[in-house]
Design a protein. Structure first.
Length: 84
């Protein structure tokens, strides 16, 4: 979980980063939750080790979150601080 959080919060700006994360974060969503064992199908395990991520779009925060992403900062839910 910690490595997933680090990957998404610190590398989403990099070339070759996760395209789904980059899409949502660059469009103003915040990283809301990381769910362990959310997809235990063969495909889910192969693609993401069974981890799924939730992104939250809050209309009042879209522009600020997008601007933060442009400045290479990922906005995330405070409860994810435990992953740091």
């Amino acid at each position: 979980m910690r490595l997933c959080f680090i990957y998404l919060s610190r590398n989403s700006h990099q070339k070759g980063a996760d395209s789904v994360a980059k899409f949502h974060l660059s469009n103003g969503a915040r990283l809301h939750n990381i769910n362990w064992a959310a997809d235990l199908s063969k495909k889910g395990l192969a693609q993401s080790s069974g981890i799924m991520v939730n992104y939250l779009y809050e209309l009042d925060a879209l522009e600020d979150n997008h601007e933060a992403f442009v400045r290479k900062t990922v906005v995330y839910a405070r409860h994810l601080d435990k992953c740091v």
